[in-house]
Design a protein around this ligand. Sequence first.
Ligand code: GLN
Length: 402
Amino acid sequence: MSSATPTTASARGISQRVQGFTESVIREMTRLAMEHNAINLAQGFPDFAAPDFIKEAAAAAIAADINQYSVTWGDPELRQAIAGKYQRWYQLPVDADAHVTVCCGSTEAMIATLIAVLNPGDETVVFEPFYENYGPDSILSGAAPRFVPLRPSQDGWNFDRAELRAAFNERTRAIILNSPNNPTGKVFTRAELEFIRDLCVEWDCIAITDEIYEHIVYDGRPHVLLAGLEGMAERTVTISGISKTFSVTGWRVGWAIAPARLAGGIRKVHDFLTVGAPAPLQIAAARAIAGGDEYCRGLAAEYTARRKRILPQLQAAGFQCAWPEGAYYVLADCAPFLAAHGPDDVAFSRWLTAEIGVACVPGSSFYHRAGDGSDQVRFCFSKQDPTLDEAGRRLARVRSQA
Ligand code: GLN
């Protein structure tokens, strides 16, 4: 008998790369919310119905037997619809054949882009707090992120230009920019984007923008496309999708718009990762994008009403927070509650979920350094009025228990 025959379970485990990952805190909070039957203001998704026109288009596409793989980088109808949209909304010329890659959500568009453009040893610049995926995304692509702080102030979340400039060096290959921003709600202004553009040009970097909340902006602020600034179309990958705009986060349809010299690489990575996004849902996305401008224009007003509904309730409960300029989150200060229900954001979030019945995301999951964000929690307000009001009623008990 061969002595090589294994008699015990293999000791081989997960790769070193993946050992560096922590579990997604956002998704863990959703599980905890379900376990405690809490109102889930943690993970960012709506609890209301998607618009009929997109659901009807999806049902029609399935009835029409659109069941097989589409072109790997996206159904031509959807790529055309995306190109048309960027022209109509942002006057950005996009070539459906050369520039657009349709992916399984903007999440896949981001990782496919990073893998396609970064080498080990490259650096990226990332504003912090940041959407938690950018951490593991960096590990998977082998690059090292350099973080630049966004700090809350009277007029929202801001960065220091000298600090941003200092983050760039000869190893910098890309800046990852999320505007409207998750979790802070910051909407980068044209002047800020021009400053970022100048750094990208100076250091010959590309910008990778996550614009998934592009239609959720408040107080008449414009959503400015970095790719639309002079000199940036050639060095920007613009990422977005239908998840947040059409309230279909589970459909997984997003895209990356890239200059032709990068699009080929992004398409190859995308092809080997997932082959393609769901074919009938791509058709539904195409119809919704082509015919949904009025609906998109109405989103700002709808979310303005939700923001107005939840913010005063959070503030009355004792959470200090700046009113978001865009997206559908509030990053709130929970410091006053930590003495009684801490010691930190994680303990507080668990207590809030289990004892108050409202789930949120611990702020530390948006920072790379242990301890940062430990007095912050994020609430998502993409919810129906009764959900927000019930959450408000429950949160009113927090203060009395502090
Ligand atoms: N973008 C959403 C959030 O920040 C959803 C995250 C996720 O689970 N992919 O909550």
